[in-house]
Design a protein. Structure first.
Length: 151
């Protein structure tokens, strides 16, 4: 038997019938192509998952930045009203300054996943006033408890 030489595929098939050599080569090519495709799919799925996570992280960062914007605007509004109150101390018809920032319904991108595994690019609503509503509800409940105790 001859020794195999690396990189010399032709030598391995010497002496085999032509139809076997052709079949073996095409089967090897098909297998290699399928393996390449499978690896590309695996790599693509990993990239897809990483990109979906990246989008969701950017959305979380964007949501946080929106809340920071709202907090800054709230402080600026308070300061503007203080300035207005000190410069015009008792006007008959004190005009209220408009809010420095208006808030409309807003959302951020979100990548979710169906039970089938398919990814879905959609949006997620951001409720910029949820904390205020919850705080008002808690305050109301505490006031009600306090009035019940006094009775």
């Amino acid at each position: 038997m001859r020794k195999l030489q690396p990189g010399r595929f032709e030598n391995v098939t010497e002496g085999l019938p032509k139809y076997l050599v052709t079949t073996k080569k095409s089967q090897l090519q098909i297998k290699t192509y399928q393996q390449t495709l499978q690896q590309r799919v695996i790599d693509g799925l990993r990239s897809l998952e990483a990109q979906a996570e990246h989008i969701n992280q950017l959305s979380a960062d964007l949501e946080e930045a929106m809340f920071e914007l709202k907090a800054i605007a709230s402080e600026v509004n308070k300061d503007l009203r203080t300035i207005q109150a000190t410069t015009k101390p008792f006007p008959r018809q004190q005009q209220q300054l408009p809010e420095i920032c208006q808030y409309w319904k807003t959302s951020v991108p979100h990548v979710g996943q169906k039970p089938s595994g398919a990814l879905v690019l959609t949006t997620r609503q951001i409720d910029l006033f949820k904390a205020e509503r919850e705080a008002a509800l808690i305050a109301k409940e505490l006031r009600q408890k306090a009035t019940r105790k006094r009775r």
